[in-house]
Design a protein around this ligand. Sequence first.
Ligand SMILES: [Fe+2]
Length: 202
Amino acid sequence: MEKIHYIENIFGGEEIKSLALTIKNSELKEHTTLGRIEKQIDPSKNQFLAKLTETVSQLFEKDLILGPITYVKYSSEYGEPNLPPHIDRDKVEVIVDYQYNSNTQWDLALNKTIYEIEDNSALMFNPNKNIHWRPIKIFQTGEYVEMIFFRFFETKDGEIISDYTNILPKEGEYNPEILEARNYREMCYNGSYDRLKDHTML
Ligand SMILES: [Fe+2]
């Protein structure tokens, strides 16, 4: 069973201020199809991220290094926020899905479990082994969710050893587990669904 962690109150006030400044000064990339805007964050501007790397390495019991960091803001202003079930196909061993700021609830789901997530909290998992998605949600005008994705690679003797670029079915190929998750998501939309609120169960 792949490890999944949920951590609350990740950063202190000063660290959040530092992140806010970095986000403000980072260059904007537009993503119209997913109802979001995106910015790449420079990790060197946030020295405290060494602490996060250490925490995540301990939790997953692996030698991890911090890779690309992406800030994302989902809002109806940018289209229709949507995240259907998928798996990534890259070199990331652990992703920290950190909810930076929000004014509405948008749960995060791994496989067939839906997790409630709060500001300054994060769900941590291997995005190449866990099917990840969000429930279908119609964003009302003014509603938004801001996330920061911290990606970690596994290393050995200074080399990146995590690599999931070739082992998974290529995009468009038949993957029964993803289809199952997509059906489950549709089913959740048509009725109410259970969320995992007690993260100590992880
Ligand atoms: Fe993904």
